[in-house]
Design a protein around this ligand. Structure first.
Ligand code: SF4
Ligand code: SF4
Length: 398
């Protein structure tokens, strides 16, 4: 979004309030100025000069989760997330709260392995403190990327080649998910490439108003992944998928048009491989990430895969944001907690033995308070079923 589109979008708003119906920050505070419409109002006043940039203004603009629920609801199709991104870009120099955090984020993401290495000696102490503060789950351990050089997982009877965009959370918090994905893709006869030149998708920079940095990262990833000669690029993280597809086009005018979330990529390929014998004997509740629900629209596909695998799905009374939102859960801890607790309440009420999501960030956030039931990434359950399927096939051959 450029300045002209930004002004046009704000002037287009008729303040009907349709966008705030399920706004998580409005739900958490019940304050109009923490709602979508309130933010649009503030920006209109900022544009007209009625409101000068202030702490109050920046706080309201930076306290949005960028969940996208509002954009889906606006009858005038205003891309509210893009309005917020642009506003953050314009207001970042007035935003004192994140003044130190911006350069630190730039340094930390420049070489995430090096950052983890530096942090490691202090990990036990700081993790304990952050967990006690509700900022991270108790049992989390940050690790270096498992793939120091470009890793290729070969397969027999290859039918195609897939590159994986791991994403920072899968890479540095849940590395086992990457192996699960490689196993699944190999079992489906895809050769799998993990390029070691992958960098952060850029989402954290955009949300901090650091558009120029986000552009640099988008260029780097485009250069890496567009040259790989693969049939598809698959990511375990819906935020990365949206960033690589939609944001890349907005930021650098180029998009990787073969980027897929795992549910979309796997659905058809799995249906011919899953049989009743490999059934997943589990009742689950699905937690849809905001990007799955509001942008990728993959919720139905995720459920279809689970049902095909034999899972029994029990739905919560409604699907809501987990309250993570990257830096949101750090800067707006109380609001984030209110949202998380409400979401968990809905999930727990279903009474199922386990929860499933397709987003590593949602696993991270939900694990802060959910300690007695497992939260699976979809890929772990797909791997389990496919491995069972293979064992069954081998037993029959014997
Ligand atoms: S739904 Fe659209 S038009 Fe209505 S208040 Fe929200 S942004 Fe404005
Ligand atoms: S993106 Fe989400 S949190 Fe932000 S204004 Fe829209 S609904 Fe509210």
């Amino acid at each position: 979004m450029n300045d002209t589109e930004f002004i046009h979008s704000i002037n287009l708003c008729v303040k009907c309030g349709g966008c705030k119906a399920e706004c998580p920050t409005y739900f958490a505070t019940t304050k109009e100025m923490e709602s979508t419409r309130g933010r649009m109002r503030l920006l209109k006043a900022f544009l007209s000069g009625e409101l000068v940039p202030s702490k109050r203004l920046t706080e309201k603009i930076f306290s949005c989760l960028l969940c996208g629920d509002c954009t889906n609801r606006c009858p005038l199709n205003i891309d509210i997330q893009e309005v917020i991104y642009h506003a953050r870009y314009l207001l970042k120099s007035y935003d004192k709260k994140r003044r130190l955090y911006r350069p630190l984020t730039k340094i930390a993401f420049k070489n995430t392995d090096f950052s983890v290495k530096l942090y490691k000696p202090f990990q036990r102490y700081f993790n304990k403190r952050m967990a006690a503060d509700g900022l991270i789950p108790e049992d989390v351990e940050f690790c270096e990327n498992q793939f120091k050089k470009t890793n290729i997982f070969l397969t027999k009877d290859k039918i195609g080649r897939v590159a994986v965009f791991s994403g920072c959370t899968a890479k540095h918090v849940y590395p086992e998910l990457s192996y699960s994905l490689a196993n699944v893709l190999n079992a489906l006869n895809y050769e799998v490439v993990f390029p070691n030149t992958e960098v952060c998708c850029g989402a954290p920079f955009r949300s901090l108003g650091l558009r120029d940095t986000a552009i640099k990262y988008a260029e780097k990833n485009y250069n890496t992944f567009s040259k790989l000669n693969v049939d598809a690029i698959v990511s375990l993280c819906p935020t990365c998928v949206v960033t690589l597809r939609k944001h890349s086009k907005i930021l650098i005018g180029k998009e990787l048009d073969n980027v897929y979330d795992i549910a979309t990529f796997l659905k058809e390929k799995l249906s011919s491989r899953i049989t009743a014998k490999s059934g997943l004997d589990l009742d689950v509740t699905v937690h849809d990430s905001c990007h799955d629900r509001n942008e990728l629209r993959t919720c139905g596909i995720t459920r279809a895969i689970l049902t095909d695998m034999g899972a029994k799905i029990v739905e919560p009374h409604k699907q809501t944001c987990c309250g993570f939102g990257g830096t949101f859960s750090f800067f707006y801890k109380d609001m984030s907690n209110v949202i998380l607790k409400d979401t968990l309440k809905g999930l727990v009420q279903t009474g199922t033995k386990a929860f499933v999501t397709t987003c590593p960030n949602c696993i991270f956030q939900l694990s802060k308070l959910m300690k007695d039931k497992p939260i699976y990434h979809l890929i772990e359950l797909v791997e389990e079923v496919l491995m069972k399927e293979q064992t069954n096939a081998n037993t029959q051959t014997l």
